[in-house]
Design a protein around this ligand. Structure first.
Ligand SMILES: NC(=O)C1=CN([C@@H]2O[C@H](COP(=O)(O)OP(=O)(O)OC[C@H]3O[C@@H](n4cnc5c(N)ncnc54)[C@H](O)[C@@H]3O)[C@@H](O)[C@H]2O)C=CC1
Ligand SMILES: CC/C=C\C[C@H](O)C(=O)/C=C/C=C/C=C\C=C\[C@@H](O)C/C=C\CCC(=O)O
Length: 259
């Protein structure tokens, strides 16, 4: 898929990794709808991006991914403004082992909500032109982080949903690909807040710090280096791309009887 002229929706794009993804898409010629619940940050970013890329390439829509109605309205406004949706990036996420139900509602349920609500705009069986969905999971969706079992569970859920949705879409003829981006630690507001949101297993903060020192910390710009291939390479479907400071690699999974 060539990006020039395509329309992308990025959730949680007012800052952090989502902002870097939106900027990369704009730099490659796409039009971008930025969905976020942080109105001040979203409006400020759009003003910046309008100056850099012109007034008709980027749109900010206030949207909480915990609400199906808000996602549905944002997708409809995007279609009315840009004429369709070719790319969805389910990026919005939080880290909070104390408010763990909220973490599940945003990281996993928010990702599923976005995917299921964008189908009507992409599905080739109902007049769509196909498309690609990238879910921002984490390397904690492949291995585990003992200090945060709920966050780990949400990201494992995102990876599992990605692989199963990708297979179902092919089997159904939707023409929609789905892949997961699985970064390691990255310097963002979420990362900075982790220590104060560890909850049940906050006693393991030291082990987490050792892991951070061992693996290093990515910038948001480094995180999205692998993102483009998940969108543009039409052979990538149901894949999970791990991005660490020293390497990028596709995760491998045990062969299952249903493969
Ligand atoms: N920072 C890190 O170390 C890593 C982050 N990730 C994942 O990357 C994604 C982005 O995280 P960061 O950029 O680090 O976080 P961040 O906190 O810097 O940015 C997250 C953005 O999402 C928005 N957001 C949060 N909840 C929302 C909701 N309910 N509805 C709409 N927008 C919402 C926030 O307002 C913010 O603009 C998350 O899914 C996170 O789990 C994955 C691996 C590593
Ligand atoms: C404590 C959580 C800190 C930040 C949250 C952030 O959003 C995030 O997701 C960071 C994840 C970082 C994980 C770093 C290392 C994980 C290591 C083990 O889980 C091994 C994982 C996978 C091995 C896969 C492989 O190498 O093939």
């Amino acid at each position: 898929m060539a990006l020039n002229g395509k329309t992308a929706v990025v959730t949680g794009a007012a800052m952090g990794i989502g902002r870097s993804i939106a900027e990369l898409l704009l730099q490659n010629g796409a039009k971008v709808a930025i969905l976020d619940m942080n109105e001040a940050a979203g409006q400020s970013l759009v003003e910046t991006l309008n100056k850099e890329h012109g007034p008709d390439r980027v749109l900010f829509l206030l949207c909480n991914v915990e609400s199906g109605e808000e996602i549905k309205a944002a997708f409809q406004k995007t279609v009315e403004t840009f004429g369709g949706i070719d790319i969805l990036v389910n990026n919005a996420g939080i880290f909070n082992e104390i408010m763990w139900e909220k973490t599940i509602g945003i990281n996993l349920a928010g990702c599923i909500r976005g995917a299921y609500l964008v189908i009507e705009h992409m599905n080739k069986l109902t007049g769509g032109r196909g498309g690609v969905i990238v879910n921002v999971a984490s390397i904690a969706g492949i291995g585990l982080l003992s200090c945060c079992p709920v966050y780990t569970a949400t990201k494992h859920g995102v990876v599992g949903f990605t692989r199963a949705f990708a297979a179902a879409s092919v089997a159904s003829g939707y023409g929609i690909r789905m892949n997961a981006l699985c970064p390691g630690f990255a310097q963002t507001d979420l990362f900075s807040s982790v220590q104060s949101r560890l909850g049940q297993f906050s006693n393991l903060a030291g082990a987490n710090q050792e892991l951070i020192e061992k693996l290093g910390v990515l910038t948001s710009a480094e995180v999205v280096q692998g993102f483009l291939e998940l969108v543009t390479d039409e052979t990538k479907n149901g894949q999970a791309l791990i991005v660490l400071p020293k390497e990028k690699k596709y995760a491998t999974f045990p062969v299952s009887p249903t493969d």
